[in-house]
Design a binder for this molecule. Structure first.
Ligand SMILES: [Zn+2]
Length: 499
């Protein structure tokens, strides 16, 4: 569902109904006081500006009619707060509830300034006059599309129900509610004078944006650091200057929410660790195979169209949810440590060293023999030296060498053998999630799985670290969308995989 309507590049003016004014008053109001201006929304670095000195931009003196306005170019203010999306529109909001939404294509004649008459104000020489909001309270950056790791989504396992962002929520979807802070009483000449204090809260109107009641049995809230919390109530979300947070009983559970997953599967990527450890403790041998970048929808498509003949012979895969953000280092860590990214400390691409033991450390401590077979680059650190494979036959892939190394070690009495195939991810990026070339690669990897499982007598886990969604260039992953977040998961005993 895409509710964004500002496609054409022209200033579109919204007048927000009276009463929809905003409260960021932190100074006492008197005639001369200038209330602070907030620059916020889809930005990395929201700003509160009390005076022009607060911004590191050279100011100019403008003559606007018979007034003098000390101002800075709006373009530079936007750059200062670092937008987190593409093609931003600017929502200018005044203290009186008037607002204007203007596109940012040409800001050459646009300024934000202070005048004695109006406090903060917008001065746009080239745009329609209705964009010149006086007593300006907020400049909200509203991105047309979010960057990869930004935005706020509501998904179920089948589809993305809502793609929004802090800026977009300020534009079209929030409610205000008063939250009681406390009461106190004072006595004056025999009378009891009572006051109850409140804070006004800004709550994203998720239900409203979805166009009605949400229908689900269970849900989780997912944080940008990979946190996962059981979802309780919609009014426990708060819209902050540039993010949505999630609270319970007045406590912040997740500071920066990536979104909500309705009816998530029971299976989680972290089960790779727990299943492997449990099996080893039962004296079983485990082969865990990571097929990089194989989304559940790609698996289904491959099965339906005959691109995965071997996987078709296995029991149907369970649907598993990976950790957010759905990228390799994060989910390699989640699968090998059994912990969500906020606990392992592995929630960004550049993170390399988990702050908790991996399955290899646990295996070593218990005297189990384990290894992992990977390509030429080690994505994350673990306690053992991996078997690294290079492209010896120069065919542009290391998966064939990885298969060879894995087949050899499958006969060497390992308690845990982890194998990482990369080519399905590569094909998905280049050609797209459901492209013929990607399906051909899935068929190739399907053959590798068949060979490996034939050679292995113990238990087998087959899983993926993330899926893939289509882009203009091919495919990508890293968003809270079903294509990226859900992957197939098999836990097979020797019986399933022996034949
Ligand atoms: Zn990838």
């Amino acid at each position: 569902m895409n509710k964004r309507t500002v496609g054409a590049c022209m200033a579109i003016i919204l007048v927000i109904a009276a009463g929809g004014y905003y409260m960021f008053y932190t100074q006492s109001q008197n005639d001369k006081a200038v209330l602070p201006l907030h620059v916020m929304g889809d930005v990395q670095a929201p700003l509160r500006v009390d005076s022009l000195d607060d911004i590191d931009i050279d100011s100019e003196t403008l003559e606007v009619g018979d007034r003098v306005v000390h101002a800075v170019p709006l373009q530079e203010v936007v750059a200062e707060v670092k937008p987190t999306g593409f093609d931003p529109s600017l929502l200018l909001v005044g203290h009186d509830g008037r607002a204007a939404l203007m596109c940012s294509t040409d800001l050459s004649g646009s300024y934000i300034g202070v005048s004695e008459q109006y406090g903060w104000e917008a001065v746009n020489f080239n745009h329609p006059r209705s964009s010149n909001i006086k007593q300006l309270s907020e400049v909200v950056i509203v991105a047309e599309r979010s960057h990869k790791y930004a935005g706020f989504g509501v998904i179920d396992t089948a589809s993305a129900l809502l793609e929004t962002s802090a800026g977009d929520l300020y534009r079209q979807g929030y409610l205000h509610a008063f939250e009681e802070v406390g009461s106190s009483t004072q006595h004056h000449e025999g009378n009891e004078l009572q006051v109850t204090a409140f804070n006004r809260q800004t709550i994203p109107d998720i239900e409203g944006l979805l166009g009605g009641q949400l229908d689900f049995d269970g849900a989780v809230v997912v944080g940008r650091r990979g946190e996962i919390e059981q979802f309780g109530r919609l009014d426990e979300f708060r819209l902050g200057p540039n993010s949505v947070s999630y609270h319970a009983d007045g406590e912040v559970l997740i500071e920066d929410v990536a979104g909500v997953v309705l009816d998530p599967p029971e299976r989680r990527i972290t089960d790779v660790y727990h299943d492997s450890l449990k099996l080893m403790q039962e004296g079983e041998q485990v082969l865990a195979i990571l097929v990089d970048g194989l989304g559940y929808h790609q698996y289904l498509y491959a099965i339906e169209h005959g691109h995965a003949p071997f996987l078709s012979t296995l029991p149907e895969a369970e649907k598993a949810m990976v950790a957010y953000p759905p990228i390799t280092p994060v989910n390699m860590a989640a699968s090998l440590t059994g912990e969500t990214p906020d606990v392992s400390g592995m929630y960004r691409r550049e993170h390399r060293s988990p702050q908790v033991p991996t399955i290899f450390g646990e295996a070593e401590e218990r005297g189990y023999k384990s290894t992992i077979i990977i390509g030429p680059i080690q994505t994350i650190d673990f306690e053992i030296d991996p078997v690294m494979c290079v492209d010896r036959n120069a065919d542009g892939s290391t998966d064939d060498e990885i298969l060879e190394a894995a087949l050899k070690r499958s006969q060497q009495d390992y308690d845990l053998l982890v194998v990482h195939f990369k080519d399905v991810d590569k094909a998905g990026h280049t050609h797209g999630d459901l492209a013929a070339e990607t399906m051909q690669q899935i068929a190739e990897t399907d053959g590798y799985l068949e060979q490996l499982l034939a050679a292995w007598d113990g238990h087998v886990i087959i899983f993926s670290d993330h899926g893939m969604h289509p882009t203009e260039e091919g495919g990508d992953h890293g968003r809270l969308v079903p294509e990226d977040m859900f992957v197939p998961y098999w836990l097979l005993d020797g019986e399933d995989s022996d034949e």
